[in-house]
Design a binder for this molecule. Structure first.
Ligand code: ADP
Ligand code: MG
Length: 236
């Protein structure tokens, strides 16, 4: 079954066409990678899928339902969560508080929200920092917090936008491990990443965007040897 079906997706910003005719099908339970040079339209695609932007053209189906134009909060309730490329936690609040914001989506009980937040922090080996101020975290830990906040909403589909940018190689390896464990928990992962080694190791399938269009899709091996993809990257 495809948890996400994107057909003929298009997005214009004034005179600029950021996305054009993009088709994507993501099978439930898999890790699907999205790559492409800077400005290719990757984050815009995520923003359209997660309801941050209304698409200009096309159709987006989540679990069979057309979700075009629905608000992020509403989609989150249905099980579609995303992280942002620019991480913006409540800096003066604790890690735990920030994660609890996500848990409140499914409960009004502070106790239950706290329990759920701590469970997520344990899963991410992050519980030791539950009482740190979010603003005092390292880049790697802010990324982890961003994932924790999304996880607290209990997503079925999780969109990860460059969660490995700025991480050291050992931290990248940890993040790859975390993403695999999420997949093993039954969460479908749709991941944008610039670190090629990570995306190739993680993804069951990879799609490539270039100037707003999908120029290739396949297994990591197929995509890595595709001439159009190699040209798109060399031309960056
Ligand atoms: P990527 O994530 O692949 O680097 P983006 O999706 O961020 O690319 O951007 C694709 C194109 O759309 C770029 O030309 C970018 O400048 C433009 N763009 C993205 N968001 C906006 C916006 N909110 N307003 C105007 N232009 C935008
Ligand atoms: Mg981006």
């Amino acid at each position: 079954m495809n948890i996400l079906e994107v057909k003929e997706l298009g997005k214009d910003f004034g005179g600029l066409t950021a996305l054009q005719g993009v088709h994507l099908s993501i099978e439930a339970g898999r890790i699907f990678g999205l790559i492409g040079p800077n400005g290719a339209g990757k984050s815009t695609a995520f923003n359209c899928i997660a309801g941050v932007y209304a698409p200009t053209r096309g159709e987006i189906r989540f679990n069979g339902e057309v979700i075009n134009g629905q608000k992020p909060w509403n989609l989150c309730k249905k099980g579609l969560a995303r992280t942002f490329q620019i991480v913006k936690p409540f800096a003066s609040k604790t890690v735990l508080y920030n994660v609890m914001v996500g848990s409140f989506l499914h409960t009004n009980s502070t106790r239950e929200a706290r329990r759920r937040a701590l469970e997520v922090l344990e899963f991410l080996h992050f519980a030791g920092k539950a009482h740190m101020r979010a603003g005092d975290l390292t880049i790697a830990d802010r990324k982890r917090l961003e994932i924790a906040r999304a996880l607290a909403t209990r997503p079925k589909l999780l969109l990860l936008d460059e969660v490995m940018a700025g991480l050291r190689p050992a931290e990248v390896d940890q993040m790859v491990e975390i993403i695999r464990r999420l997949r093993d928990q039954g969460i479908t992962i749709f991941v944008i990443e610039h670190i090629m080694r990570a995306i190739m190791a993680l993804s069951d399938r990879v799609a490539v965007l270039h100037f707003g269009k999908k120029i290739a899709e396949g297994t990591p091996q197929e995509v890595a040897s595709d001439e159009r993809v190699i040209k798109a990257y060399l031309g960056e």
